[in-house]
Design a protein around this ligand. Structure first.
Ligand code: CTP
Ligand code: K
Ligand code: MG
Length: 181
């Protein structure tokens, strides 16, 4: 498979997992998931993980997957190779897994003494991949095996941190995010 083709497929397949974090930044606020609870002298998750942000992030990812599925035949035609249409469970695994990964990362950040907004290099850039891919493999196994070949997974692992850093710096410069990570 040509490398450019692999990159396009990886990017397309991961879009429903990329969008939730950004949507959560825009839609977040309100009641924190941990309800303000602490474990020891630290918050369980912190004020940065809210019900609204999580719900809206997941919805945004699933909605994008639906749109991509509608335009898939046209896109595949124009590209000259097939990009994925999303099964509902694949969309849910990617979008919900991204939000879950972000929440687990905040849990780890709080446990390791990091305040809300603190940087955790590596985890910040890949938390959503680490959960969304296994969850999708679990929920939509055949679909996952069809599209997430070893090559695609390798591209995702390299491409995701680059995209994550870029979009977060842009969101920071636009004043949408408090920190550029
Ligand atoms: N957000 C949210 N719900 C989520 C994820 C994010 O409401 N599940 C919103 C919050 O307003 C959050 C912002 O998006 O402050 C940025 O997300 P993120 O960088 O993940 O959170 P931080 O505030 O940096 O907190 P943490 O240190 O826990 O990552
Ligand atoms: K995060
Ligand atoms: Mg942050």
């Amino acid at each position: 498979m040509a490398i450019l083709e692999t990159i396009v497929i990886a990017f397309w397949a991961m879009l429903p997992a990329y969008v939730p974090n950004n949507a959560a930044v825009l839609a977040g606020g309100g009641r924190p998931i941990d309800g303000g609870r602490t474990w020891g002298d630290r918050r369980v998750l912190g004020d940065g993980k809210t019900w609204r942000g999580t719900a809206m992030g997941t919805l945004a990812g699933v909605a994008l997957a639906a749109v991509l599925t509608v335009i898939e035949p046209t896109a595949s035609d124009a590209l000259g190779f097939a990009v994925p249409a999303f099964e509902p469970l694949a969309a849910l695994g990617l979008a919900g897994g991204a939000m879950l990964g972000d929440i687990l990362a905040s849990f780890l950040k709080r446990r390791s003494g990091r305040q809300r907004g603190a940087m955790f290099p590596g985890l910040d850039q890949l938390d959503f991949v680490v959960v969304s891919l296994p969850l999708t493999a679990l929920l939509a196994t055949e679909w996952f095996q069809t599209w997430f070949t070893l090559e695609v997974i390798l591209v995702v692992v390299v491409l995701t941190p680059i995209l994550h850093v870029t979009t977060n710096v842009i969101a920071y410069k636009l004043g949408l995010k408090n920190e550029p990570w």
